[in-house]
Write a protein that binds this ligand. Sequence first.
Ligand code: UDP
Length: 331
Amino acid sequence: MDLLVVGGAGYIGSQMTKQLVRGGHSVVVLDNLSTGFRSLTKYGDLVIGDLNDIELLDTLFSKKKFDGVLHFAANSQVGESVRSPAKYYSNNVAGTLNLLDAMIKHNVANLVFSSTAATFGNPEYTPIDEAHPQVPINPYGRSKLMVEEILRDYCAAYGLRSVCLRYFNACGADPEGELGECHDPETHLIPLILQAASGRRDSIMVFGRDYPTEDGTCVRDYVHIEDLCSAHSLALKKLIDGEFDGFSAFNLGNGAGFSVDEVIRVASNVVAEDGKRIIVREGERRPGDPAVLVADATQARLQFGWKPAYADLETIIRHAWCWEKNLTSKK
Ligand code: UDP
């Protein structure tokens, strides 16, 4: 198939592109390289450009008849979205509208969209299933929910078929060690812990120990990026085969939560094999962090047969540690 991966130079989009190319598909990557990296685009044909460039989109869709689009391009930092909502609504919402308009104009009907657990806001219950109310508590989550709602309307009015995949905590790295995470600034727990182990930072700070969880630290559902990508592949196939012919949305997680302390413990054991240790400091709660965020991914299993291959936390951390060692050895 001919596929367009928007945001294919990023952490998850680059892994997706590799998986698709390995699967025999022809992939064009569109990325403005604002948070992506050329070094992560070893697979697919890179077109550098922005979703706010309507002319570029028109040219891209005129040149090739894509069978489907996978859309990963978005700003995704909660704190930044509170400080700069204009950036989030412009890039995540207005940019996506331009993409959708180009798809409709050029009769491309299949879209897999990267959504997020942040569309749910503070959970009323866990694990969170698709029926859980969506009440996001920050502009990032709202920008993603707005796109979900737009997709629902575009499906009804223009026949655009879409699947929204709501990631819980995306983590890990390419099992082959070729691709991984390079966020700047890095805000996520696992890469920060591993940077503390490799010496790129001096320590990891635990944000709060007074949550209503077993050990008092927050619990999250960590999902390997390779598993997130396989969910995209499966959902895309259903779209293209016409088995999903409207709007649908699925939660992607392993259904098992790990506390911050558990993640630090597992990571400490992994890095100890290389003689490294992790210094842990205690900090205040980070504003906006719910105590527990765990997905109920039953629907993804039932509707498109998704079964994570790397659900084990130690495996996830081993892959991420391998990537961190690659990065630091190149410095
Ligand atoms: N966290 C932490 N220290 C850090 C970064 C994160 O204790 O330096 C905690 C954070 O409060 C949350 C969990 O780790 O409970 C996962 O945070 P992350 O930013 O990785 O993902 P989020 O759940 O916010 O999407």
